[in-house]
Design a protein around this ligand. Structure first.
Ligand code: ADP
Ligand code: MG
Length: 608
């Protein structure tokens, strides 16, 4: 075989493949150029999924007549000039090959007029061959029209999906840039119909409404100290990453991760790490398989990122990945916890949320007798986790509830009013009254949340409440079960179990997590197996084995639905819930309470 130099047009087509893999990639490059040109208005028109036509028109700085041919030359850019510039890139483009690549696989016409020029200029490049530059009348700014994309590259066409899919991808790219640049007005049409319109007023929430709809926009909580609707501009920052944007409250979720967008120094970034950081912050607040909606802006010193990892520039490498991860996770968690609102119900409209129909933990045993349950409830109320270790004595109810008259319990910056307990319905829900609303509390979900928070706090302080059993419990297991449980003895000890081999196929349980006192042998057996078999599931949530196990313990130990609670038990439960951090939902993400405001009641009864 002889080595041959490829003809220039063939080489260009091969190179183009890297940057231009599908119509959406062209849209991305052209929109980036418009943003780099400082445009505050960008219009995109699409035909045939972008294969027939893509036109991006901006009111940006424009190009001079002399620059037109240069814009299409490979590695010709106005954005960097020396190698050192790569260290501090502040523009979206810098490789100087997008226009060249697009023009290698399509027919491109560029018309432009800078503010100072009286007339505009036009150039057409078809499959890499440039026309003469001609004078033409033009508005200020630049308009790039791409026709017949991939018409000369049949192999590429074959890999494309249906036009509807390609249209969808093009629109998604534009939506993401609209989210990243709320100060730019985007006007988008596809097949002549308006597909997206943003105000360009700098308010991110308005863009979210335009892209995802009003109801999603209303359920978003602001991230960080940025406050609401701040116009984002590339801020000069120190070493620490600054996080802003919006994330959805737990009441709002989607079935895929596509609704999470990340921008690093206003550049679109795809990163599994960042996805993970956000999802982990919803830990125990969203049911498995539900994904949040998020628009996350990260600003940090450009020297701490490498954007030149991939030709399409969508991958970003962080020098200090852990730091960025932690900042995003912390900001999200704070926003989610402080922004979490009690879902409200409207009887009239029957807009009963999906979760309200779910029955909490059906078919649970009701065998525990009241005294034992009461003992459990009081014990979990003990302020010091360690206190549970010593005693199962029931503190006097008066003592535990005496300061319930405090006006408000402020937790995590948000205050939950003290709730007056009115009674129990369906042996499952506690009806309470606050200053302006009625709240229905799911007793099982609420107790589960309380127990979990206490146990996790105790675990972190290495003060796990373990209760020695007066009569150690032998538990019979099948050989396979014995093996998995046997492998987890140390971990089980960390959460409060003391278990030892008991000859043959049995284990002897000498101590249990304090919350589990009173559990039956059968229940314990099941729980041990569930806990030990949970590795894979726990890992997928980003929580530790211990945390996952404790959620399971909390679920077993919590008061069940279908149990009658004495008035003082009801009051104590509500009091403890007021002190919980993530009090709006149980460990599995189900809500602990629903709210019916007095205003809503008045409407229902036609009082106003
Ligand atoms: P890059 O964006 O990496 O510099 P491109 O091939 O995308 O490379 O563009 C080449 C050059 O053409 C840019 O550096 C810029 O000077 C000019 N250019 C492209 N699009 C526009 C536009 N919409 N407005 C003004 N100048 C543009
Ligand atoms: Mg570019």
């Amino acid at each position: 075989m002889t080595i041959r130099r490829l003809p220039q047009n063939v080489a260009a087509k091969i190179a183009a493949g890297e940057v231009v893999e599908r119509p959406a990639a062209v849209v991305k490059e052209l929109v980036e150029n418009a943003i780099d040109a400082g445009a505050r208005q960008i219009r995109v028109d699409l035909m045939g999924g972008g294969l027939e036509l893509i036109r991006v028109t901006d009111k940006g700085a424009g190009l001079t007549r002399e620059d037109l041919p240069l814009a299409f030359a490979r590695h010709a850019t106005s954005k960097i000039s020396a190698l050192e510039d790569l260290e501090r890139i502040t523009t979206l483009g810098f490789r100087g090959e997008a226009l060249a690549s697009v023009a290698a696989v399509s027919n491109v016409t560029l018309v432009s007029r800078p503010a100072e020029a009286e007339v505009g200029a036009q150039i057409t490049v078809s499959e890499g061959i440039a026309s003469e530059v001609m004078a033409t009348a033009a508005a200020q700014g630049t308009s790039v029209t791409v026709r017949g994309l991939f018409a000369s590259v049949p192999a590429r066409l074959k890999f494309l999906r249906t036009r509807a899919t390609e249209t969808g991808r093009c629109l998604r790219v534009i939506e993401e840039y609209a989210l990243a640049y709320p100060e730019i007005r985007f006007v988008v049409t596809s097949e002549g119909r308006q597909a997206l319109l943003t105000a360009g007023d700098g308010a991110l929430r308005n863009v979210i409404a335009a892209v995802y709809g009003l109801s999603v926009a209303e359920q978003m909580a602001p991230l960080g100290e940025s406050g609401e609707d701040e116009t984002l501009g590339p801020k000069v920052t120190g070493e620490r990453p600054v996080v802003s944007g919006y994330v959805s409250k737990p009441t709002c979720y989607k079935a895929t991760r596509q609704y999470m967008s990340f921008f690093v120094n206003r550049r679109l970034a795809q990163s599994r790490t960042l996805n993970f950081a956000v999802e982990e912050a919803y830990h125990s607040l969203l049911l498995t398989g539900r994904r949040p909606v998020a628009v996350v802006n990260i600003t940090l010193d450009p020297a701490l990122i490498d954007v030149n990892v991939h030709p399409a520039k969508t991958e970003i490498r962080f020098l200090r990945e852990r730091q960025v991860y932690a900042a995003v996770q912390r900001a999200t968690r704070e926003a989610v916890l402080t922004g979490a609102e009690t879902p409200s119900i409207s009887a009239r409209g029957f807009t009963i949320p999906e979760w309200e129909i779910q029955t909490p933990m059906p078919g649970q045993s009701t065998s525990q007798d009241t005294t034992e349950r009461q003992a459990n409830l009081w014990r979990s109320a003990a302020p010091e986790p360690a206190a549970a270790q010593q005693t199962a004595n029931t503190p006097a109810p008066e003592e535990a509830t005496q300061d319930a008259a405090d006006d408000e319990v402020a937790v995590g910056g948000r205050a939950l009013p003290v709730l007056r307990v009115l009674g129990q319905v369906s042996q499952s829900y506690i009806i309470t009254e606050g200053p302006d609303s009625m709240y229905l509390v799911d007793q099982h979900a609420a107790h589960e949340r309380i127990l979990l928070e206490r146990m996790i706090a105790a675990l972190r302080e290495r003060a796990v409440a373990s209760q020695l059993l007066l009569d150690p419990l032998p538990v019979e297991l099948a050989p396979a079960e014995l093996e998995v449980v046997g492998e987890h003895l140390e971990q089980l000890r960390a959460i409060g179990f003391a278990i030892e081999p008991f000859g043959g196929e049995a284990l002897l349980v000498r101590a249990v997590p304090a919350a589990l006192v009173g559990a039956q042998t059968g229940e314990l057996r099941e729980l041990l197996i569930a806990l030990s078999g949970a590795d894979a599931e726990a890992a997928s949530h980003g929580e530790t084995w211990e945390e996952h196990a404790l959620a399971n313990v909390a679920c077993r130990a919590a008061i069940k639905a279908g149990q009658t609670l004495a008035p003082e038990e009801q009051r104590e439960l509500i009091r403890q819930l007021e002190g919980a951090k993530a009090r709006q939902s149980c460990c599995h993400g189900r809500p602990t309470m629903v709210r019916l405001s007095f205003a809503a009641l008045e409407r229902e009864f036609d009082r106003r």
